[in-house]
Design a protein around this ligand. Structure first.
Ligand SMILES: [Zn+2]
Length: 488
């Protein structure tokens, strides 16, 4: 080998090593705030919020903006594109209305490309090699009411074959017109999945959807598998052990599987759960980084040297998490004492004005939960469960509740109060529940499906209360991170 060839090889080798150091991604991780679209602050943004942002993007010549179709209720479904390269990349988000994390990240990505100062060389390289198409919020009617399904109650991701909904028709016709090289199918999954049999939440789960029941790997799917392998390596730097693989059962009615089969290397990205991140802002940031990384890697074809074994090694999603696990509590039933763990999950409920989400808890499991984990996971060995009651001596307004000593209420054995007339709130940020209909009794039975409201005692003294599933220590006035609910 002559000297020149050696040098060339070193340059090539360094090039590969460089790209696998993921320096670009690392820089994005620390500079993310520069690009974050701050008008999207939580998961409840609506179509009108993104319409405003898109009309601003129309003024920027680098974006081509078109209306690709309309939803059942007449909301526009937009297609934005950028770049002039040969390789086509298509990203679509929120075909399930209550899965908005990636939509927020797409608007961060639009800010990244709109910026005229930073990462100019990388952007030039990306935009000369690729043309990128974005369809944010495929299901705007669902987003309006924070619902998975569209206004006809149809799950769009089961309508890829029949194409009975205008949203699915729009997605399919854009797909057919593009014949993109790569597709990104952007969703949110249950935040209680773990990455394999661990206590680590699946922050991001990937899938290269199969093309048939045999889960055959053709060249189209192989590209998706390799790129996921590279994204897994890159993301593991930030969320090690928190990346999983989504179930790879073939679903012929789903878009991902259908697009892969039709020849576009398709990657499913599911944003899952992260401790203390209910609005998924950290997961949004991970989406921003992983999608830009994917775009860059496609533009330079640098994922091709990644072994498919990495994808195979990614653990599958497992259901090992509860929102709350309270362990080793003593339950006293007719003089019989037994030791139990209690698993509690929250359901998110949209208020009737559609402006807020609050949480309502239910008991999911009672017994030996030693193979499960909780986002909140507390050992209460030596403590005893006791039923809580409703305080019925008088009724309260919200203002009165706010000035009450809740410690006294708890020490009296109560977790629920009666509401005065005109109590319009559906929930509030206080550790107590309120019953609006005074004739209604809030069940304090300790059974599966019941709302977890109870006292936790030691030596006869109330040490903790559980209000709507949230554990609260009685002695110190710790900040309450949960919400009480109003029982109608
Ligand atoms: Zn989904």
């Amino acid at each position: 080998m002559n000297k020149f060839k050696t040098i060339l090889l070193i340059i090539l080798f360094n090039g590969i090593v460089m790209s696998q150091n993921y320096d670009f991604e690392h820089s994005l991780y620390y500079n993310y705030e520069m690009f974050k679209e701050h008008s999207l602050q939580n998961r409840l943004f609506k179509h009108s919020d993104i319409v405003k942002l898109i009309s601003n993007l129309k003024k920027n010549k680098i974006f081509e903006v078109n209306v690709a179709g309309k939803s059942v209720e007449g909301r526009e479904i937009y297609l934005l594109s950028i770049g002039s390269g040969k390789k086509k990349i298509f990203l679509w988000s929120q075909m399930h209305g209550d899965e908005p994390t990636a939509t927020m990240a797409l608007f961060d990505i639009f800010n990244f490309f709109s910026d005229t100062i930073n990462y100019q060389d990388i952007k030039r390289q990306i935009l000369s090699n690729t043309k990128i198409y974005f369809m944010p919020m495929v299901n705007p009617d669902g987003a309006e009411v924070f619902n998975r399904r569209n206004a006809l109650s149809i799950d769009l991701n089961r309508d890829a074959n029949r194409l009975q909904t205008p949203e699915a028709k729009t997605l399919m016709s854009v797909f057919d017109s593009l014949k993109a090289d790569f597709g990104f199918n952007l969703h949110d999954q249950n935040h209680r999945y773990t990455a394999g049999n661990t206590f680590k939440s699946a922050a991001i789960s990937f899938l290269a959807p199969p093309i048939n029941y045999e889960k055959q790997v053709d060249l189209v799917r192989l590209n998706a598998i390799k790129l996921i392998g590279s994204l897994f390596k890159m993301l593991s730097r930030y969320v090690p052990g928190h990346i999983a693989k989504y179930s790879d059962d073939y679903e012929p009615r789903a878009f991902g599987d259908t697009f892969q089969k039709k020849g576009t290397s398709t990657i499913l990205v599911e944003s899952g759960g992260w401790q203390n991140d209910p609005e998924k802002q950290f997961l949004r940031k991970l989406n921003f980084i992983l999608l830009l990384s994917a775009i860059k890697q496609i533009s330079e074809n640098s994922f091709q040297n990644i072994s498919e074994g990495i994808y195979e090694s990614i653990p599958f999603n497992e259901e090992k998490l509860f929102d709350v696990v309270l362990r080793n509590l003593t339950m006293n039933k007719n003089g019989n004492k037994i030791k139990v763990d209690i698993g509690i999950n929250f359901e998110e409920i949209l208020t009737s004005d559609k402006k807020n989400l609050y949480r309502k808890a239910s008991i999911e499991d009672i017994g030996d939960l030693s193979v499960f984990y909780g986002y909140t996971d507390v050992d209460l060995n030596g403590y005893e469960l006791a039923e809580a009651k409703t305080y019925k001596e008088k009724s309260f307004s919200l203002k009165e509740i706010k000035s009450l000593s809740l410690t006294e209420i708890y020490n009296g054995g109560y977790t629920n109060l009666l509401a005065k007339n005109k109590f319009e709130d559906e929930f509030f940020d206080l550790p107590v529940n309120v019953i609006r209909n005074h004739k209604k009794e809030l069940s304090t039975r300790f059974v599966i499906g019941a709302m977890p409201n109870f006292l936790i005692k030691k030596d006869g003294k109330v040490e903790y209360v559980v209000i709507n599933g949230f554990l609260q220590r009685v002695s110190d006035n710790q900040d309450y991170i949960g919400n009480g609910v109003v029982i109608k």
